[in-house]
Design a protein. Sequence first.
Length: 249
Amino acid sequence: MDQTTKPTAPEQPDAAAKPAFWAVLPAAVRYDEELPPNAKLLYAEISALTDQRGYCYASNEYFMRLYNLGERTIRRLLSELQRRGYVTIADGDGGKDRRKIYAGINPLAANPAKNGREPGQNFPGNPAKNGPHNKKENKKKNNPPKAPQGAESAPSWKPERFAGLWQYYPRHTSKQAAVKAWDKLKPSDELIAEIGKALRRQKASDEWKRGIGVPYLSTYLNNGRWSDEPDVPPDNEPAQTGRKDLVQL
């Protein structure tokens, strides 16, 4: 008898739960500029696993095998989804050593009579976001007043240092938000040097080289992402020579 094992798809987090053929990715999640792309993909998978009870049992290991990401990355993405109110994570009452992950936004809840019962229809996470939408209110929320032209070009706090950071950072998106985050943080020269060293390490990581998990600069500054633990021990980092520290930018 042939004992050769064949590659299989990631094991489902619950024997009775099968992912839906379609995943739900609401506009609020899809167009959130502060949310990493992989977090949006993770939300879609959670929605596909969520049944009529409004939650799933998926573990970090399941997501790690499915998307070939590290556990720390999965935990960070889940934490970001929870922080922004898109999911709710409850521990301890879903069976032995299992947690419940509730998908917090449900676009089908606005008209249940028309849509019928769909998996995850009774999402309990954000009732204010789940209710009927008013087009005028949505238009106001989704179209905030535009800043004057040139408002994002130079912050009031150490503008020359921000210019160096913006040029060095690997993702040039949403500069106006980055300027606001910089002026709010008001980093000292010592902190700027610390951010520069952290960025040099993070840009050399496999995830950032592949474009995985690189946040907007505004998110990086607001959430203190320069203090993230390195993916590899510092001893394994290649020697960096001839490169300027951020303090010199």
